[in-house]
Ligand binder design. Structure first.
Ligand code: SF4
Ligand code: SF4
Length: 94
């Protein structure tokens, strides 16, 4: 495969909110059991961070990305885990 830019989902963090699936109009994702799966990396636009910018937990990164971009949602995931580890607030309950 010659494609050098496409998203990769970390299923460890994915909450299946489908923001990425709904954002992309290029058929890069499909759904399998309510879970977004990259099936058409060729459709991804070089340099696009569209889906990754919307992911609330920073679960999307890009093959070939050397831009220094950091998933915006990653901060949410990190702050949630650190506050829970510190036992400051009950953000993980529910
Ligand atoms: S980076 Fe852009 S083109 Fe590529 S899958 Fe995400 S929204 Fe679609
Ligand atoms: S936007 Fe992020 S959390 Fe939502 S379905 Fe896509 S990868 Fe999962």
């Amino acid at each position: 495969m010659s494609k050098t830019w496409y998203p990769v989902i970390s299923y460890e963090n994915c909450t299946e909110c489908l923001a990425c699936f709904n954002k992309c109009k290029n058929g890069v994702f499909t759904l399998k059991n309510s879970c977004p799966v990259v099936v058409n990396p060729e459709g991804c636009v070089q340099g696009c961070h569209g889906c990754g910018n919307l992911c609330p937990v920073g679960a999307i990164e890009y093959v070939g990305d050397d831009t220094g971009w950091v998933p915006p949602g990653k901060k949410n995931a990190e702050s949630e885990s650190s506050c829970c580890e510190a036992g400051k607030i009950n953000c993980c309950e529910g």
